[in-house]
Design a protein. Structure first.
Length: 293
């Protein structure tokens, strides 16, 4: 992936006796999409605000493109496009005027890509924002984030108020940003979103980074569930003994990581009445830290 674009070192934020973020150590490289996952109060928004220089860290540092996000925040923010979770827009403007205004402030006036992306997001950018629904306003805000040619895109709950079609479109846009070499960091409550687009996922709990998951490794795994009609197997596809509890009440439950042909060949020799093979997902990992919430 190359040298890190974003680096946090023991990044910590206290509000009086309450520690909202505790010693966050995270690196993001150009062309990498990283998701922050966790319930409300886990520290996601605090981490993003520290990266944007909106708050001074209690301890530690954050750097974007080599610039400290607090002491050299202007230079750090020049390299970032940001979508907040709660929008505050200049509602007397049209969408086009807002995009142009913010682009000119950045010193990077937008080009024809604005109209192309507006068509993909299905919005009329020449209407005043006061005439738009909350979902349409969020699409305009996405235009202001996806069009700048910046190294890093930061999004806080970006799919709020978007319908399913537009959620899919946004995730596709994030994949395209990755292909252009931009890094993306976004927070979400939705496991399926981060599974679909992320290279890595950071799970936060009570302000602490409790797990960092490489999604390529997770996608290599399979969950196997089957109903058996005969003698159950005692060894798995690789010839090693099955873990305890893999077979119970005539059913097989197996987590497998390895070549798919080996798994399929092994299954073909089992007494199967029905079978389900699914890719592994984040839910079991998330529940390990956050229960069933």
């Amino acid at each position: 992936m190359g040298e890190p674009l974003l680096v946090t070192d023991n990044l910590t934020k206290d509000y009086g006796p309450f520690r909202a973020l505790a010693g966050l150590n995270l690196q993001i490289a150009p062309g990498e999409v990283v998701g922050l996952l966790g319930p409300n109060g886990s520290g996601k928004s605090t981490a993003l605000r520290l990266l944007l220089g909106f708050m001074r860290p209690t301890l530690g540092t954050a750097r974007i493109g080599g610039f400290d996000c607090w002491s050299n925040g202007v230079e750090a923010r020049k390299r970032v496009a940001y979508l907040p979770g709660e929008l505050r827009l200049y509602e007397t403007m049209t969408g086009r005027r807002l995009v142009n205004f913010l682009g000119q402030l950045r010193g990077d006036p937008p080009g024809p890509e604005v109209d192309s992306l507006a068509r993909r997001l299905d919005i009329d950018i020449d209407r005043p924002l006061t005439h738009l629904s909350s979902g349409m306003k969020r699409k305009v805000a996405l235009l202001t984030v996806l069009t700048p040619k910046v190294p890093l895109i930061i999004l806080d709950e970006p799919t709020n108020t978007l319908d399913p079609t537009m959620r899919d479109e946004l995730l596709e846009q994030l994949q395209m940003a990755r292909q252009r070499g931009q890094a993306v960091l976004f927070s979400s409550h939705v496991l399926q979103e981060v599974e679909a687009v992320c290279d890595r996922v950071a799970i936060l709990r009570r302000g602490e980074l409790v797990h960092l998951q490489n999604m390529a490794e997770l996608r290599e795994g399979r969950n196997v569930s089957a109903r058996l009609t005969g003698q159950p197997p005692t060894r798995g596809p690789d010839g090693t003994p099955l873990p305890p509890g893999s077979v119970a009440n005539g059913r097989l439950h197996l987590s497998y990581r390895g070549p798919l042909p080996m798994l399929l060949d092994w299954l073909a020799h089992q007494p199967l009445a029905d079978l389900r093979v699914e890719p592994q997902n984040l839910m079991p990992i998330y529940r390990r830290f956050h229960g069933t919430s």
